[in-house]
Design a protein around this ligand. Structure first.
Ligand code: NAD
Length: 353
């Protein structure tokens, strides 16, 4: 992974792993020098807010259980107003990328520190990236202000993630690492993390599928999520993330599932240009990177076809237009025809070559 010229960036983040580590949240507040926590969850995970209020005791000043997909600006403003009204000096985000996104949106507006307790593998907790939506338009920004200060990875919390979501979320995480391997601004460290993150999922995901309550294997998948998320936070992404962004934003396809389907196709597309950089993926999966990821996803029971997510074949032309409307860097030149062909295979669920 050595390169002659590189710049390596890493954020100052405190990360703790362990089954049951979530109960250390009050200790972490003390270490940060804060004492008034606003706890964030989605409505579906509102009981987690109660559990965390218990860990924080009198240090919990409020809860906001309205986190939702795509971080809509109006929800963020509501939650920020609550944080201000309560005099909160820290946000504790318990959940997946949507809840973490809300915590980041509050941090952007208030500069409050964040403690994140992830319950999916999306990896947002390890980045200084925030995606927000307003009037149906999703924009992304990167700022040190939104990078969470503390992450508590507790394997017990992901045991409740249903198997289908587990698989899609794992592939979502693996996509950060796979694209990280050919990122223009990759460093030896980001590449090492990418390969180790992919390896962790390759080894642990089948064990988790066989026994979703296997805390040891869940811990290994969270380790993979941390590594893959850290790669996402350190280097730029390319075609795969652009396609998923387009499909999610313009056709309202679900985030993790879209990643799961597109990944083998985007990687196969780029493998034609940078086979040397993607060779570690081939080694991990024992065949060419695109087909290797496709077979891994299929064996895990992942969704394999965009048509199964409800995308109409008639939408593929518009999707290809949108995904190629603005130029962006990719290791292989992105043409409208190339993307249209890729989308056709992903729509049908064919194995890429
Ligand atoms: P999510 O946070 O939207 O969660 C989906 C649903 O699953 C929610 O209802 C949630 O409450 C529930 N859930 C979460 N964990 C659970 C568990 N352990 N058990 C049972 N239910 C659980 O999904 P996600 O895929 O984690 O996040 C997707 C969002 O994160 C997208 O908006 C994406 O753009 C964003 N994201 C951002 C970054 C970044 O760096 N900014 C990185 C990755 C993802």
């Amino acid at each position: 992974f050595f390169r002659e010229d590189f710049t390596a960036r890493s954020a100052a983040v405190r990360v703790r792993f362990g089954a049951g580590i979530r109960s250390a949240v009050a200790e972490e507040m003390e270490a940060l020098g804060v004492s008034r926590a606003l706890i964030l969850t989605t409505p579906q995970q509102a009981d987690m807010a109660d559990e965390f209020a218990g860990y924080c005791g009198s240090r919990a000043v409020g809860r906001f259980t309205g986190a939702t997909m795509h971080t809509p600006v109006d929800v963020s403003e509501q939650a920020t107003e609550l944080a201000r009204k309560l005099g909160a000096d820290v946000v504790i985000s318990v959940g997946g990328g949507s809840t973490t996104g809300l915590g980041k949106a509050i941090a952007l507006r208030t500069d409050l520190p964040q403690i994140v307790v992830p319950t999916t593998y999306a990896g947002s907790e390890a980045t200084g990236i925030l995606g927000q939506t307003e009037n149906g338009v999703k924009t992304t920004l990167t700022s040190a202000k939104v990078q969470p200060e503390v992450i508590l990875y507790d394997a017990e919390l992901v045991t409740s993630l249903p198997v289908a979501m587990t698989v899609a979320s794992a592939l979502n995480a693996m996509a950060h690492a796979a694209e990280g391997l050919y990122a223009r601004d990759r460093s030896p460290i980001s590449s090492l993390m990418a390969v180790e993150g992919l390896r962790a999922f390759r080894d642990a995901l089948p064990k988790v599928i066989a026994a979703p309550g296997n805390v040891g294997a869940r811990g290994e998948t969270l380790y993979g999520a941390w590594l893959c998320g850290t790669v996402l936070g350190q280097v730029g992404m390319a075609l795969h993330h652009k396609l998923c962004h387009t499909l999610g934003g313009s056709f309202d396809l679900p985030h993790a599932e879209t990643h799961a389907i597109i990944l083998p196709h985007a990687i196969a597309f780029n493998d034609h240009a940078v086979p040397d950089l993607l060779a570690p993926l081939g080694e991990l999966f024992g065949m060419a990177p695109g087909p290797g990821l496709w077979h891994f996803a299929k064996a895990a029971g992942a969704p394999m076809a965009l048509r199964d997510l409800g995308l109409a074949e008639a939408d593929l032309d518009r999707a290809a237009d949108l995904a190629t409307a603005n130029p962006y860097w990719n290791p292989r030149p992105v043409t409208r025809d190339g993307v249209r062909q890729l989308l056709q295979a992903a729509w049908a669920g064919d194995c890429p070559d």
